[in-house]
Design a protein around this ligand. Structure first.
Ligand code: NAD
Ligand code: DAU
Length: 366
């Protein structure tokens, strides 16, 4: 992190929070975020995690933190669509900030079954906004975590800026776009103190293996087909997950109220190049692996309908106002990520076999 160049709240003032409601804190980015801010020695408050525990929510992503920070970490298995229970949490836990990650997040699932995307991403966000409005006296900030996919697709050139018009292609991105508009409307109409971040593709530890990078790593390790949609030339702008967490935390602490900030990696890669790089790292990790060279497992498969060609982010607003830039390069981030999936066999096996879902059912019911 480059030191803050200027503080948008005024010199020497940073927002401070005592009780942050993190929604979706058992998912990939939410769990990394909770870990990240507990490691910030300047944060001494409590984290209250409300997560429905869908297939993508895995309490094992944060089980170490439950023990380490047991006086400062609280978990509620709750659906953000439930006004009564989430309202009770906001009141009883004296919530003074919301960091809203909870969402249905996988584009392919949204194409197959959009229903849950509308419920959670639109109605769920609406519900949280209504509750934040009701508890205005105690909420200092509502931070909404969103995606660059709301902007649609770029051609061969150009970058998404905060003023790029919204043009979502999938039910997932349309539902996130709707939620962003609701958040903006609550700021404009009711003066709710909000910030929004629109980030590009994340990768790193604890990502559910339906997304490209963990799927390719685990399939390659298991000698299975590596599916590449279409011709593999679609481009994504990759960002290591802790860099995203750091950016969200900086925005929460010092971002200007009512503003949107783009977050990205300045790291455009064609999908086929990402897959080839993973194969090559795995070939080197174990030169005797029977699946070497892993590239032979690559298969070009039917394209995703409405597949956006290219995402690339201009994050100069965040860089100039808050001094944030990514710390990891694609090379260092990918090495760390592959190493994590290779080393964390218990997590991987329990996710692949669905064993963690049985644990959830045993502890919390269906
Ligand atoms: P994820 O699918 O790994 O996790 C989502 C979490 O939300 C899970 O723990 C799930 O149980 C929970 N959840 C789902 N529905 C819920 C509901 N109704 N009530 C309470 N909890 C619910 O997702 P992720 O990749 O960690 O993404 C988190 C957020 O970041 C999302 O809002 C997503 O749109 C956004 N985002 C993701 C990326 C990315 O590359 N993964 C990039 C930019 C933005
Ligand atoms: O850009 C931010 C978004 O990135 C987030 O908002 C989403 O929550 C997150 O899922 C991600 O969306 P993508 O659709 O870009 O990610 P995914 O990992 O599904 O796919 C990345 C690229 O790889 C995309 O061009 C499709 C392609 N792909 C994906 C899978 C799962 C393949 O070629 N083969 C695959 O098996």
């Amino acid at each position: 992190m480059v030191p803050l160049k200027k503080n948008s709240l005024g010199v020497g003032t940073m927002r401070q929070f005592n009780n942050i409601l993190v929604t979706g804190g058992c998912g990939f980015i939410g769990s990394n975020f909770i870990r990240f801010i507990f490691e910030d020695s300047e944060f001494s408050g409590r984290i209250i995690n409300a997560d429905k525990l869908t297939y993508a929510g895995n309490p094992e992503n944060i089980e170490d933190l439950e023990n380490k920070f047991n006086h400062r970490y609280f978990f509620f298995r709750e659906d953000i669509c439930n006004k009564k229970t989430i309202g009770d949490i906001i009141k009883k836990m004296k919530i003074d900030a919301v960091c809203h990650f909870a969402a249905e997040s996988h584009v392919d699932r949204s194409i197959a079954e959009p229903d849950a995307f509308i419920k959670t991403n639109i109605n769920g966000t609406f519900n949280l906004l209504e509750l934040a409005r009701k508890h205005r006296d105690q909420i200092k900030l509502f931070h909404h975590v969103s995606t660059d996919e709301v902007y649609g697709s770029l051609g061969e050139t150009g970058l998404f800026t905060e003023t790029t018009p919204y043009c979502p292609s999938s039910p997932y991105s349309a539902s996130k776009a709707a939620s962003d508009h609701l958040v903006q409307a609550y700021a404009a109409t009711y003066g709710l103190p909000v910030t929004i971040s629109n980030c590009s593709n994340n990768y790193g530890p604890y990502q559910f293996p339906e997304k490209l990078i963990p799927l390719i790593i685990l399939n390659a390790l298991g000698g299975k087909c590596l599916p590449v949609y279409g011709d593999g030339k679609n481009i994504r702008d990759w960002l290591y997950v802790t860099d995203h967490c750091c950016a969200v935390w900086e925005i929460m602490k010092a971002g200007r109220t009512g503003e949107t900030y783009n977050i990205g990696g300045r790291c455009e890669k064609k999908n086929i190049d990402v897959v080839n790089t993973i194969c090559s790292i795995l070939n080197d990790i174990d030169p005797d692996d029977k699946n070497n060279p892993h590239e032979k497992l690559i298969e070009f498969v039917k394209d995703r309908p409405g597949h956006d060609l290219r995402y690339a982010i201009d994050f100069s607003k965040l860089e100039n106002e808050l001094g944030w830039t990514p710390e990891e390069t694609f090379e260092t981030g990918l090495e760390k990520t592959i190493r994590w999936y290779v080393d964390n066999t218990r997590w991987v096996e329990r996710v692949k076999s669905g064993e963690y879902l049985k644990w959830v059912e045993m502890h919390y019911g269906k």
